[in-house]
Design a protein around this ligand. Structure first.
Ligand code: URA
Length: 425
């Protein structure tokens, strides 16, 4: 087999044979296929697509590139959630302890933010002492003791995806449904969860800008999970405006703790509960009541155990940024649009995100929202507060927000569409 014939097959619009897929993934993982060759193949896939059978084989080859985890020794059913990424998406933080409080084991292998989307590990690292990297044994032990664990995926899990994702990120080949679906599902299947709920986001702040693309991605991933014996369902959710009232690391931890304490913004609570119900159903725990576990403090108890088990101090004050700047409403009326992508870029430029994988993030940086689409706003009153340790960044954030806010004069406040748009099984 040679790499150039594999690239040519896809470049010319053909189907990749099983043997070509198995060979190219294995050879790339071993370093035999060069990065520039793999990026040419990824671009050919982005442009010409892959059919269902090719995507299934590609995913299986990525799983086979590394180890598979096994949670069958746990006394509880496992349930996992994966979000395709968005702005202000802190849902894993309240969700993992909540579902664990209802009786499931929640192994949540998470990532770091890149570009305008935040990363769960960056958010949790704003808690003093908290550690993202655990050995497989440590992960199992936290899962057994606390019921939930949120940590970085180990080096051994789908190493082909680890290499390929980093390459796609710098070659403009992320936005391909076959490549995204196989990337996400190879890690989730290798992780060994029994059931999986996918939160597939649609809108300006998501990879998939339209509901049609998000639906196709969701269906592809549900098919892959089901074929591999993982009970998989997806919710299509809105990412046209940020989730909740914060985008940033410590800011989002604070909001998540508010949800665990029984408060928090309506959309965050609604999505947390909707995903929790799906996870509990998929895990066979149909009688569990997640709303009760939020209200009676049992989800908060699991959160504190989970954070403590990973070296964190759940009572320590969260970091706050040294500098703040308020963005006020330019007119009085109804806020009709607050664009998720623009807020994500603003938070990123304030220091909450990174431009390159090795960059540090600022724990306190980000954007706080004082109004959401549908709310009445008053000229001169605060709309957003920008947080950073490096005030020279305010100008970049303000630039990112230009054209992102629409206010309709007069009018009456309205209720926006629910955050959950569709259920796909
Ligand atoms: N998240 C992943 O893990 N992979 C992708 O390709 C896109 C988002």
């Amino acid at each position: 087999m040679d790499t150039i014939s594999v690239i040519r097959t896809k470049r010319d619009g053909g189907r990749l044979a099983d043997e070509q897929i198995d060979w190219v993934i294995d050879a790339y993982t071993r370093g035999e296929v060069a990065d520039e060759q793999m990026s040419a193949l990824a671009m050919a896939i982005l442009l010409n697509g892959m059919d269902r059978a090719e995507i299934a084989r590609w995913t299986a080859a990525m799983i086979a590139s590394g180890e598979r985890m096994d949670f069958s020794s746990l006394p509880r059913p496992t349930a996992d959630k994966h979000s395709t990424g968005g702005v202000g998406d802190k849902i894993t933080l309240p969700l993992a302890p909540l579902v664990a409080a209802c009786g499931a084991a929640v192994p949540q292998l998470s990532g770091r933010g890149l570009g305008h989307t935040g990363g769960t590990l960056d958010k949790l690292e704003s808690i003093k002492g908290w550690r993202a990297s655990l050995s497989n044994d440590e992960m199992l032990s936290v899962l057994r003791d606390a019921g939930a664990v949120v940590c970085a995926a180990g080096e051994g899990l789908a190493p082909a995806d680890r290499k390929l994702y980093a390459l796609r990120d710098v070659t403009g080949t992320v936005e391909s449904i076959p490549l995204i679906a196989s990337s996400i599902m190879s890690k989730k299947i290798a992780e060994g969860t029994g059931s999986l709920v996918l939160d597939v986001k649609a809108g300006s702040g998501a990879f998939m800008k339209t509901a049609d693309d998000a639906r196709e991605l969701a269906r592809t991933m549900v098919g892959l999970g089901t074929d591999h014996g993982v009970r998989t369902v997806a919710l299509l959710t809105d990412m046209s405006t940020p989730l909740g009232l914060t985008a940033g690391n410590a800011l989002e931890v604070r909001e998540s703790v508010e949800v665990l304490a029984g408060g928090g913004p309506r959309d965050v609570v609604d999505l947390t509960l909707a995903l929790a119900r799906e996870m509990l159903d998929a895990a066979g725990l149909v009688a569990a009541d997640p709303a009760k576990a939020l209200a009676d403090g049992s989800a908060m108890d699991v959160w504190r155990r989970m954070i403590t088990a990973q070296g964190g101090d759940p009572s320590a004050p969260l970091p706050v940024a040294g500098e703040r700047e308020v963005v006020t409403a330019s007119s009085t009326g109804v806020l009709t649009r607050l664009d998720a992508y623009a807020v994500g870029v603003a938070a990123w430029r304030l220091g909450a995100g990174r431009a390159r994988k090795e960059d540090p993030v600022q724990a306190g940086a980000g954007v706080e929202l004082h109004a959401k689409p549908g709310d009445m706003v008053t000229a001169g009153h605060p709309l957003l507060t920008l947080h950073t340790d490096t005030p020279e960044r305010f100008a970049y954030a303000t630039e990112a927000l230009s054209g992102a806010i629409d206010i309709a004069p007069g009018g009456v406040a309205f209720t926006t569409t629910p955050v959950v748009l569709e259920h796909i099984a």
